[in-house]
Ligand binder design. Structure first.
Ligand code: PLP
Length: 352
């Protein structure tokens, strides 16, 4: 599904980077915050800036405890390793990042397979979940974890309704399963919906937020849960090499992001809506109205492949990503201005 464009050394410099919100660059002010960070040995619990960040994210997500990790993918792997044993089955949407974009980590690291449920926009229903549950038997894999993505990446940045999340987690818990939220873009959902992060995270045993997407930090993600779960998760953090040293220098960027880069996600959402409206007027493009910062354009009806569209845009300094056989993804973030959106719409119009 995820198909990064091969780097073409002859292409002009990228002036408008809609490839992903991972492309954000740490600002000068963020770098200055890093410069002044107090640091210590993180894996001994002695880094005051990491400790402050973990306390802040635990409170934000309404959990007892939290741990700092280098990446969101490591948050997913640590959580899966903590909740599952080899041979277990995880239930998620078929487009989930843990299936599509983490190198098969649940299978490779935890020995757990992920069963993907169907459904538009990255969603499945409580009935879908119920139908996927088997009575425990010696023949079948134990189903031990429900995983959802808020927002759904390949679902177009769609926001799971809170009551659906509560129902899904209720069903999973009743079946004796643990629940995990991939909150790579949870703060986009929070800003777009006005619903608190703690409310979205409440039905989940573990939840994490990423600082390298729209929040604009160079690295870092924080996984939260009960003190007991985070305590068990520490062994996996250590085993995977995710136990760090003077990581406060990175945590300082994350604290800066919480203070300065959350509310402004609303601008990214407005830019995404404007972009979608502009692209929807172009013949051959099928564009859904985005709820957050991801704009997917299906180019099947244009008679050109998404790679072809992406290459034509790239020749004009605009980088987008290709998702599967028919879709382009354009992602707005803090380095994308309203003016760049207009330039992008004009570039699409000119290609067409
Ligand atoms: C980016 C992303 C991840 C992985 O986060 P990294 O910090 O890049 O490792 C996981 N899940 C979703 C939905 C993502 O978009």
């Amino acid at each position: 599904m995820y198909a990064p464009l091969p780097l073409d050394p002859t292409a002009p410099p990228v002036t408008i980077n809609l490839f992903s919100d991972t492309q954000t660059r740490p600002s000068r002010a963020m770098r200055e915050a890093m410069l002044d960070a107090e640091v210590g040995d993180e894996q001994l619990g002695l880094d005051p800036t990491v400790n402050a960040l973990c306390a802040r994210v635990a409170a934000l997500l309404g959990k007892e405890a939290a741990m700092f990790l280098p990446s969101g993918a490591m948050c997913n792997s640590v959580a899966i390793l903590t909740h599952c044993r080899p041979g277990d089955e995880i239930i998620a949407h078929e487009s989930a990042h843990i299936i599509e974009a983490e190198g098969g980590a649940p299978w490779a690291l935890a020995g757990a397979r992920v069963h993907g449920l169907h459904g538009a926009r990255g969603f499945f229903t409580p009935d879908d979940l119920r139908a996927s549950l088997r009575a425990p038997s010696r023949y079948s894999a134990p189903q031990t974890l429900l995983e959802v993505e808020q927002t759904s990446n390949l679902g177009g940045g769609a926001i799971w309704p809170l009551d659906v999340l509560q129902q899904l987690a209720g069903i999973a818990h009743e079946a004796g399963m643990a629940t995990h939220m991939d909150g790579a873009r949870l703060m986009n959902a929070v800003v777009a919906s006005g619903i608190a992060a703690a409310d979205y995270a409440a039905p989940f045993d573990t939840a994490w937020i990423d600082f390298t997407k729209g929040l604009g930090a160079p690295l870092g993600a924080v996984l939260a849960g009960s003190a007991e779960v985070i305590d068990r998760a520490w062994r996996w953090k250590q085993r995977l090499g995710g136990a760090l040293r003077q990581a406060g220098i990175c945590a300082a960027a994350c604290l800066y992001a919480l203070d300065h880069n959350v509310d402004r996600l609303a601008e990214d959402h407005a830019n995404a809506r404007r972009l979608a409206a502009g692209l929807a007027g172009i013949a051959g493009l099928q564009v859904e109205t985005p709820e957050t910062n991801l704009v997917y354009a299906d180019v099947a009806a244009s008679g050109r492949s998404p790679n072809d569209w992406a290459a034509s845009l790239r020749a004009q300094g605009i980088m987008v990503s290709v998702m599967g056989r028919t879709r382009l993804r354009l992602c707005t973030h803090l380095d994308v201005t309203a003016g760049m959106i207009e330039t992008t719409i004009a570039a699409f119009t000119a290609i067409n």
